[in-house]
Design a protein around this ligand. Structure first.
Ligand code: FAD
Length: 419
């Protein structure tokens, strides 16, 4: 089926639902703020278990504006309940080629495909369909402007106090304005990276390998990526604290693809990339926080769909249980945080440490680390044993095999010089 047809069908359906909702629904067990992947997955899981769920989305379409490269591990897709054959799949990826500032490179890849490139708009629409099928309601064009605790919650939507819910799931994304007012500590915007990305065509690339380019001249404190959509189209982007992202991106594209004039450029995407780890507390009385709003994003790569999605599944389960047992107090909702921390707590700690060290490496340090990896063929071990999602734990495991001392001088120097 043509993808535009699918979008139009969804949009018509949502607008119909929205009109119906505004007319007749004023309360539900659970209100979810935000119809991104985290909100939709939490809604799906809670309504599958019998809770009445309403999802509020400020935009009039699901999945727009898009701010994602769409690179998601196959295992991750499976873990968040997404079939591997949907219209959202754009390409299949076997591995990644890493490039140092002086162009040393190594490749990490498995025997089989490890990740898919997806169209995020289409993926979000699919998740919305799953949530609707499981019984959730999705209300578009509805911005939750504030919430008041009044036994349960009263939500102010588009300027009117017109919705009540027993439990709130905040899935507002990187800038959670409503959450800020509930008293839970949110992430500090100054810790975010700015990301910018563009789809280009008319290039020659390896269709099955993502490229990761490191270096202060390319993307200080992060990296630039080339994600192939096929052998002549790619999603190219970078992130860093630098405000002059557009110049950095164009000079990277010019350097990487010398035949700049022959390319055509399409959609621009931008957004905040979170690499600073989760917020201190992700629950309070009648409230659960999920996804980017909770900082559930991989600190090394900035990917948030899988970790945020898995945490959102846990949130949906715990929320429905809370409704069933009428246990809306924070003592019960803490189960949510206990569960996601049992799964990701250690990974976040190691990955944050790795991210802090990476942020401090000079171009010479990065080159040195690349030459050790290449000389000792460490990339082959990572290929065999690494995990695309648990990046921190994988690095830790490989470093632990008597290798740590080889890297220690470079890591120590980086830590001391920049601290
Ligand atoms: C350039 C870039 C590239 C990325 N690439 C990848 C990648 O390749 N792979 C990956 O896994 N991750 C990637 N990410 C990260 C990923 O996009 C996010 O982690 C993910 O979208 C988070 O999902 P979410 O549901 O928490 O938030 P969002 O997707 O931001 O969804 C939040 C939703 O809430 C709505 N909303 C907010 N406030 C309100 C309100 N008050 N009332 C009603 N609605 C509201 C918003 O409109 C939005 O629809 C990338 C990010 C950027 C910026």
């Amino acid at each position: 089926m043509h993808i535009n047809f699918i979008f139009n069908a969804y949009v018509t359906l949502f607008i119909y639902l929205e009109k119906r909702m505004v007319m007749c629904i004023e309360e539900s067990d659970i209100a979810v703020i935000g119809a991104g992947p985290a909100g939709l997955i939490a809604a799906r899981e809670a309504s599958l278990r019998g809770a009445e769920v309403s999802v509020f989305e400020e935009h009039n379409e699901i999945g727009l504006p898009c701010h994602c490269a769409g690179l998601i591990s196959i295992k991750g897709l499976h873990d968040i309940g997404i079939p591997l054959h949907g219209a959202y799949v754009q390409n299949k990826i076997r591995g990644a080629c890493f490039y140092s500032p002086s162009n040393l490179s190594f490749t990490i890849e498995g025997n089989d495909y490890v990740a898919y490139v997806v169209n995020r708009r289409a993926l979000d629409c699919f998740l919305a369909e799953q949530a609707l099928k499981s019984g959730s309601r999705i209300i578009l064009n509805s911005r939750v402007q504030s919430v008041k605790r009044n036994g349960g919650w009263v939500l102010n939507i588009n300027g009117r106090d017109n919705f009540k819910a027993k439990l709130l799931i905040d899935a507002e994304g990187a800038l959670p304005r409503v959450l800020k007012a509930t008293g839970l500590k949110i992430l500090d915007k100054k810790d975010f990276l700015n990301g910018l990305q563009i789809d280009i065509s008319g290039v020659k690339i390896d269709p099955e390998r993502v490229e990761v380019h490191l270096g202060r001249g390319v993307a200080p404190g992060f990296f630039a990526w080339v994600i192939p959509l096929n052998d002549e189209e790619a999603r190219v982007g970078l992130a860093c604290k630098n405000s002059n992202l557009k110049n950095l991106l164009f000079s990277f594209i010019k350097k990487r693809f010398r035949y700049f004039e022959r390319m055509s450029m399409h959609s621009f995407y931008s957004g905040f990339i979170i690499t600073c780890g989760p917020i201190e507390k992700t629950y309070s009385d009648g409230l659960i926080v999920v996804g980017d709003a909770a900082g559930q994003v991989k600190p090394i790569s900035g990917g948030g769909v899988v970790f945020g999605g898995i945490c959102a599944s846990i949130a949906g389960r715990v929320a429905s249980e809370a409704i069933k047992r009428n246990r809306l107090e924070e003592k019960f909702l803490k189960t949510y945080e206990n569960e996601w921390k049992a799964k990701f707590g250690k990974e976040f700690k190691i990955a944050l440490l790795a991210r802090n060290i990476l942020n401090r490496l000079s171009d010479r340090d990065i080159d040195k680390i690349f030459s050790i990896v290449i000389k000792e063929k460490i990339h082959n071990e990572i290929s065999a044993e690494g995990d695309v999602d648990f990046q921190g734990t994988s690095i830790w495991k490989i470093m632990g095999k008597g290798r740590f001392l080889r890297f220690l001088p470079t890591l120590l120097k980086a830590t001391l010089v920049f601290s």
